[in-house]
Ligand binder design. Structure first.
Ligand code: BMP
Length: 327
């Protein structure tokens, strides 16, 4: 059993998603079976962290704000964590996901303390952290939670389902603290079911973002691969959305037109001042990415390497939020 502080959404009873089937047994064109608010009720997301029922209170206000800001995405996305992300985005007026690519727990905690008010989710590469142990890592988890951020481990799973399930545990025990993870689709749909089965083991709900495109130059995720990835993702209730290439407006527009409104697109490869990063990273403007259909901008060095991370986070928040309201 997990300690309570590692559970994002305490619930009276374990979450069971009644219509969840294996990705393979559902036809790609079948819609996700429950509407968003039904999922919300089932998962207890309408219960605040203090245990208050928000249904008749402030939830109405943020529903209105969220529907205004997100439009059809709010109505059509079915995964409960997509709504949680959209709600936090409205609260913070920001679509920023912070890529905290730092090698120490103290460094990550300090960064969250510094910029957390403008960040909706913390993206980590947990295997980058020197001398990792779960006790220290809980400082990152607790600090991110205290700032109202979702936890997103960019693990890029790519193995067979059974191995992915096991890799969600192990030293880093990703299943116990991450709300979202990334996965490649190269090994087929079972990788997603393996990841979901691991969350099920610890009675938590999580979402998978499949890599449909990448921002690195010369990557092999060509159009046909992207389309096959969408087939896998659209058939799975565990797939909250896709990673798209934030450095290319045309690639993103193409991706959005294929994805439709029911899944999110999150984009790395965005920077306000650079067009190129180190070792083949490519960048586009965050506002252009959002106008082209991105729902979350993943920003790493633009914030953590800035001389003034707080002002930079604020700039990324305002550029992304402004673009969302414009589109
Ligand atoms: P930066 O903004 O410093 O370039 O960092 C981008 C982050 O997004 C990194 O953590 C990287 O792992 C991730 N990322 C990426 O850059 N391109 C992709 O295609 C997929 C990613 O996950």
């Amino acid at each position: 059993m997990l300690p309570m502080e590692l559970r994002l959404f305490p619930r009276a009873s374990p979450p069971r998603l009644p219509s969840v089937q294996s990705s393979q047994s559902r036809l790609p064109d079948q819609p996700v079976p429950l509407d968003a608010w039904c999922w919300r009720e089932l998962t207890g997301l309408h219960i605040s962290e203090k245990g208050e029922d928000l249904t008749n209170g402030p939830v109405q206000d943020y529903r209105m704000k969220a529907e205004d800001a997100w439009g059809s995405r709010w109505v059509n996305c079915a995964h409960p964590l997509s709504h949680e992300f959209m709600r936090v985005a409205c609260e913070k007026e920001s679509l920023v996901v912070l890529a905290a690519d730092l090698p120490t727990v103290d460094g990550i905690v300090q960064l969250i303390e510094d910029v957390g008010e403008y960040v909706c989710a913390l993206k980590t590469h947990v295997d980058m952290v020197e001398g990792f142990n779960m006790e220290d890592w809980s400082k990152v988890v607790d600090t991110a939670r205290s700032k109202g951020m979702l936890l997103f481990e960019d693990r890029k799973f790519a193995d067979i389902g059974r191995v992915a399930q096991t890799q969600m545990g192990g030293l880093y025990d990703i299943r116990s603290w991450a709300d979202l993870v990334t996965s490649h689709s190269i090994s087929g749909p079972d990788v997603v079911d393996g990841v979901a089965a691991a969350w099920d083991e610890v009675e938590r709900i999580g979402g998978v973002l499949l890599l449909a495109q990448m921002s690195s130059s010369g990557n092999l995720l060509v159009e046909g691969y992207t389309e096959s990835t969408l087939e896998i993702g659209n058939a799975s209730p565990h797939v909250l959305g896709y990673i798209g290439n934030g450095s290319s407006v045309s690639e993103l527009e193409g991706l959005r037109s294929k994805v439709g409104e029911g899944r999110m697109i999150w984009t790395p490869g965005v920077n306000l001042s650079a067009e190129e990063g180190v070792l083949g990273q490519r960048y586009g403007h965050p506002a252009e990415a959002v106008l082209a259909g991105s729902d979350a901008i993943i920003v790493g060095s633009g914030i953590h390497r800035s001389e003034d991370p707080l002002s930079s986070a604020q700039e990324y928040a305002s550029a992304s939020w402004g673009a969302l309201l414009e589109r």
